[in-house]
Design a protein around this ligand. Structure first.
Ligand SMILES: [Zn+2]
Length: 233
């Protein structure tokens, strides 16, 4: 096998390793993450608060209604019990009772409004709760899939790294050094295939002599234009 081909194969493995590493880090960055779920959970907490507050308001309103009802009953007891005879006092009691009844009706209306609001709030809470449930389910499934993908990629990567080691050990040190040097300079592509007399690294038609050397030589031949190691398949 020519050195060019050896290095080309090495490059294929290196590129694959690079792609797998990127995929792995992408998978790892998505593990444990759940923006949509976090958001829905925060929404759920807010909505629960809202329902709790409405509940408290409704109870307070109901107590207020009850309190006013008792007060009215006490006054009416005085009004109609026959113990108070003074007309001025009776008129005043009557006025107080009417005033308290008016307040009671207002409170009752408020409670009714709260109950209507509560219906909507509870429906909303049920909807958000359902959403959290379904997001949680799909998140769990996604996490499981990501975890499997992580395992697959890790195994794959370990195999590729072993293969890289084996291939690398078959190349002489000087060639390997040149390859590594060019790999850094040429964004991972140190070796270029030659197709139809053209360097696929820089798309330049190679001079005939360079092409012949690349074909025949056991030594490494570099493209005169882009410096890449040439590999004629
Ligand atoms: Zn070139």
């Amino acid at each position: 096998m020519s050195k060019g081909r050896q290095l080309y194969e090495l490059q294929e493995v290196d590129l694959e390793i690079e792609a797998k590493r990127e995929a792995l880090s992408n998978v790892q960055s998505r593990l444990g993450q759940s923006h949509a779920l976090d958001e829905a959970r925060a929404n759920l907490a807010t909505q629960k608060n809202c329902v709790d507050e409405l509940n408290a308001s409704q109870r307070a309103g109901e107590w207020e209604v009850e309190d006013l009802r008792t007060k009215v009953a006490v006054i009416e007891q005085k009004l109609y019990g026959g113990t108070v005879k003074n007309p001025k006092e009776l008129a005043s009691l009557h006025e107080q009772a009417e005033h308290l009844k008016k307040r009671r009706r207002e409170e009752e209306d408020k409670v009714l409004d709260i109950m209507t609001e509560m219906d909507a709030a509870q429906a909303n809470l049920a909807m958000i709760s359902q959403k959290v449930k379904s997001l949680k389910k799909s998140w769990k499934e996604e996490q499981a899939e990501l975890s499997r993908e992580q395992d697959r990629l890790s195994t794959n990567l370990a195999n590729l790294e072993q293969k890289r080691k084996d291939l690398g050990s078959r190349v002489d040190a000087a060639s390997l050094r040149l390859y590594e040097e060019l790999r850094t300079k040429k964004q991972g592509r140190a070796v270029a295939k030659v197709e139809q007399g053209m360097c696929q690294g820089c798309r330049i038609v190679l001079p005939v002599r360079e092409l012949q050397r690349a074909r025949a030589s056991q030594e490494l031949v570099q493209c005169g234009n882009c410096e890449r190691i040439l590999y004629v398949s």
